[in-house]
Design a protein around this ligand. Structure first.
Ligand code: THU
Length: 146
């Protein structure tokens, strides 16, 4: 990955709090009648704006989608194109990290240094970079080289 894809960001405590509030609010809207596992995601974009989303399940189980997909859709619809930071909240006391497919979805708009904060309803959990969660990833720059 080239340096031009690096979007390092140092979040203030206030920004983290805003992300957490947005993720919690999104989580409260989750449609998860089958798993009962409600997820909320908040994304900070390149302009400092926050976009959020929840998981949306389906009676035909594989047709449901993750909170990350909803949040990314909200971000794209708002006209933003880079993810500077991510915060996820899951159900229960355990922290949640993005599923494999969502790591790839985030990779489209985020670089290896993008922080991904895990949280429970009560506390902030560990923070990983996207590069830690998805090493040696495939991204848009690969397609640029053909
Ligand atoms: N889920 C997410 O929304 N994001 C993830 O990264 C992990 C899983 C959702 C999908 C499903 O609705 C529920 O959590 C249980 O897997």
């Amino acid at each position: 990955m080239t340096n031009s894809n690096r979007h390092e960001v140092q979040l203030s405590a206030e920004q983290i709090q805003s992300l957490w509030s947005a993720a919690r609010s999104a989580q409260s809207k989750a449609y998860a009648p089958y798993s009962r596992y409600q997820v909320g995601v908040a994304l900070l974009d390149e302009n400092g704006d926050i976009h959020s989303g929840c998981n949306v399940e389906n009676a035909a189980y594989p047709q449901g989608w993750c909170a990350e997909a909803s949040a990314l859709s909200a971000m794209v619809m708002a006209g933003a194109s880079r993810v500077s930071a991510v915060l996820l909240v899951g159900s229960g006391s355990a922290w949640v990290t993005p599923c494999g497919g969502c790591r790839q979805k985030l990779r489209e708009f985020a670089g290896p240094d993008t922080p991904i904060y895990s949280a429970s309803a009560q506390t902030l959990g560990p923070v990983h970079t996207l590069g830690q969660l998805l090493p040696h990833s495939f991204g848009p720059d690969q397609l640029d080289s053909v």
